[in-house]
Structures are given as C-alpha cells and as structure tokens.
Design a protein around this ligand. Structure first.
Ligand code: RFL
Ligand code: PHB
Length: 393
C-alpha cells in the first residue's frame, strides 16, 4: 500500500475543492485533491453561470481572476417577464453599484485546474473508493484506489468538497448529523445552444405554461431552461419542441427575440433544497454542495461553495499561522448563517416564479400578487436585488 502525508486532504475537484486548494497553496499550506472523475469530465460538466462579486473577488485572491475579468460579462440588471411582459430590475441602482458576472462554471474549473497544475499542485483524478477514516482522531486518513493500487493519505484535516452525492457527509454518524430537505415537484430542462441569447441580460419568465429562464454563456452561446416535471423524458423533447415552448413562455411580443441554433447539450435538473448540520465532524469539514443544495433559481450554489471556502480558508490560515483554532471551531456556525439566507432566497425565488402542478386558484392568485407587488415596489425589488448580487461574506 502506498502511503503519503499532507496537511489538508481535499475530496472533490469541483469549485469548492479546487478553490480551497488554490487559496491554501498560496499561503504555503500543503494539500492534495482526490477526484473520482477524469479531468475531461470535470472540465466539461455544464452547470452554473452567474457569479456574485464576492466570488469573482475570491477568484482574484486565488490568483485566477484574470480571464473572468476579461471574458466575464458584468450584468447590472435582470429582467422578469410576467405573462409575456418584461420588467427590468436594476441591480446596480438598487444595491449601490453592485452587479453579477456571467461566466460559466466550466471556465472557472478550467482556470482553477490550470493554475493548480502550473504551480505544481496535485490533483489525483480517477481516485476510486475514496474513504475518510479516523475523523475524530488526531490523524484522519483518506484511503483510495488509484491505477489499481490501494493508497492512503494521512492528513491534519480533511475537507469534504465532494458534492451532494459524495462520500464525506455519509461518514458523519446519524446521531450527529441533522438534515433539512425540500424536494420540489418540478425540474428544469436545460439546453446549451450555439446562438446568441435573446437579451443582453438574463430573463426570468413566469408564464401560465410554466417558468423559463433565458441565460447565456459568453461570448456567443445561450443557456436556456424550461420548467418541466422531474420525470420528464428528454426523448419527448426534440429541439423544435424546446424552441417552440421557449417562444411561448417568452410571450408574443418577445418571441421574435429568440435566436435558434444548434443544441450542444440537453439535460434535466431536479430541484431540491437541502442543508446538513453541522459542517464539521472531528477533523473533517464539509463545504459546498457536500453540505447544502439550493434549487438553481437564485443562482446561488456555486456562490455558496465560494463563501464556505472563504470562511474555511481563513480558519486554516489562522490555525497554521498562529496556532489559534477559534475560526475552525466557529466555521460551521459562520458558514451556515449565510447558507440559510441563500436557502431562503432560492426557495422564495423558486416558489414565486414556478407554476405548481396542482396550483389551486388561491395559490395562483397569491403568486401573481407577489410578482406584481415585486415589480411595483422599490422595497421589494431592493430585497431581491440585495440577495441576488449576494449577501456579504
Ligand atoms: P461539485 O461541483 O458537485 O463538485 C464535487 C466534486 O466531487 C467529486 N466527487 C468525488 N470525488 C472523489 N470521491 C468521491 N466519492 C466523490 N464524489 C464526488 C465530483 O466528481 C465533483 O468533481 O460541488 P461543489 O464544488 O460544492 O460546487 C457546487 C456547484 O457545482 C453547484 O452548487 C452549482 O453548479 C449550482 N448551480 C449554480 N450555482 C450558482 O452559483 N449559479 C448558477 O447560476 C448555478 N446554476 C447550478 C446551476 C447547478 C445546476 N445543476 C446541474 C445542478 C445550474 C444548474 C443546471
Ligand atoms: C445559468 O446560466 O446556467 C443560470 C443562470 C441563472 C440561474 C441559474 C442558472 O438562476
């Protein structure tokens, strides 16, 4: 068996794991990242697109801020389309100049992998059967299999950044871990198309036929979503049906803005809210989707992974540079306080914008009143804008 040692063993090469590794490496803290998939798969997984300013700033601190600064699109507003009528929410004016940046998660991942490998950092791709061991002892370990060989990594700490279906959270005893969950009765059918998006800002559309989102991947692609049911069969959705439905949900006045182009990817995303507490067990810390999930409506998942990692990296800096573990001890409480606010916002955005399948007349009217109120009240729009651009971290 091959045995090795590092200071922080990181499970998962998603945004949380890679960003943590990069921040720690810059302060001289040794890390090894274990990732179950191969590099190509990790770099091509299409997911988030909207970065809060705090996330962009953190990428800069991690030494990977250059490309996002050049290629990311800064958006000072979003549009809400209500039954085909578009209204703009001026994020910048309502938040004292704040904005979001549209830049694909695929690009964030590529930037982080390139920077890590260039600096001589290690990512072990295709690490199989990763298992965290001895979490409550002084020397936690990660056992795994690589190229057919059984290996073991001894660590000071383990960072569980292995996403919702990862292995780290499941190692926490049931008597310790408390989970909170809401599964929604809808999903998103998403496409990536080689065509410019219909508007230069994102359009969130609430329509009697269901929700739709018109987003983009700069410089030339559109990323478009349709509310569907979780059991939707993609075979029933040939490209022309997707385009027709997108046009219908954009409404007759705006349907002409939609540009069709070759569909490069098509997938179904189920929608769930989930939080596991606490984010620490012994010497293992959870960050990102390993600990919490939000429905994508508020564009918060990747940004929450970034805020967790910021708090966790500060805690490791303090521990290694001063011997003080106060921040490691308060990490779970600090991170969860921000997580729950993003959970609330994502839940609210999801409920007001989606049509429930068994929506009764009362619920439908209340939802419509909420949207009309939102679009007519500075106070309501400010609350949305403040959360959408991201609460401070
Ligand atoms: P990830 O990205 O899931 O990465 C976890 C990594 O761990 C690996 N792994 C393992 N490795 C070793 N051993 C094991 N046993 C392992 N099990 C898993 C996985 O292969 C993977 O590489 O989690 P992380 O780093 O916490 O990052 C979270 C974000 O990826 C996620 O929250 C966002 O993508 C969510 N999200 C969005 N977030 C935003 O902030 N803005 C958005 O606009 C946005 N849009 C979205 C989204 C997610 C979507 N989907 C598909 C869920 C749109 C969609 C459609
Ligand atoms: C995306 O571009 O993939 C995207 C944008 C905004 C969201 C969710 C996803 O709320």
């Amino acid at each position: 068996m091959a045995t090795r040692r590092t200071q922080v063993g990181i499970v998962g090469a998603g945004p949380a794991g890679l960003l943590l590794a990069q921040l720690l490496m810059q302060r001289g803290i040794a890390t090894i990242v274990l990732e179950q998939r191969d590099r190509r798969y990790v770099e091509n997984r299409i997911r988030a697109g909207v970065l809060e300013q705090g996330t962009v700033d953190l990428l800069g601190e991690a030494g990977v801020g250059h490309r996002v600064a050049v290629e990311g699109q800064v958006h000072g507003g979003i549009e809400i389309s209500l039954n085909g009528q578009r209204s703009r929410i001026d994020l910048a004016r309502l938040t004292g100049g704040k904005a979001v940046t549209v830049y694909g998660q695929t690009e964030v991942i590529r930037d982080l992998i390139n920077a890590r490998l260039k600096a001589g950092g290690e990512i072990i791709f295709e690490a199989e059967e990763v298992t965290p061991l001895d979490l409550t002892g002084d020397q936690p370990r990660l056992s795994y299999r690589h190229n057919g060989e059984v290996c073991e990594l001894t660590c000071d700490f383990i960072a569980g950044c292995d996403g919702f279906h990862g292995v780290c959270r499941s190692q926490i005893p049931k008597s310790v871990l408390r989970t909170y969950e809401r599964v929604y009765p809808y999903a998103w059918l998403g496409i990536l198309a080689e065509a410019p998006s219909p508007s230069h800002e994102l359009i969130y559309a609430s329509h009697p036929r269901g929700f739709a989102l018109f987003s983009m991947r700069p410089p030339t692609r559109s990323r478009l979503y349709l509310q569907c049911t979780p059991d939707t069969d993609l075979a029933a959705w040939p490209d022309n049906r997707v385009w027709d439905e997108l046009r219908l949900r954009l409404g007759p006045d705006d349907a002409g803005m939609l540009n069709e182009g070759p569909v490069l990817e098509k997938s179904i995303t189920p929608m769930r809210s989930f939080v596991a507490e606490p984010l620490r067990h012994g010497r293992m810390f959870l960050a990102g989707d390993a600990a919490h999930i939000v429905p994508p409506t508020g564009a918060k998942g990747l940004n929450l992974a970034a805020s967790d990692v910021r708090y966790l990296s500060w805690a490791f800096f303090q521990h290694y540079e001063t011997g003080d573990s106060t921040r490691l001890d308060s990490y779970s409480k600090t991170a969860l306080s921000r997580v729950w606010k993003a959970e609330r916002f994502s839940w609210w955005m999801t409920l007001v914008l989606h049509k429930a399948s068994e929506e009764d007349g009362f619920e439908a009217r209340i939802r419509m009143a909420e949207l009309e109120y939102l679009l007519s009240s500075q106070a309501a729009m400010t609350a949305l804008a403040e959360n959408y651009v991201g609460l401070p971290f």
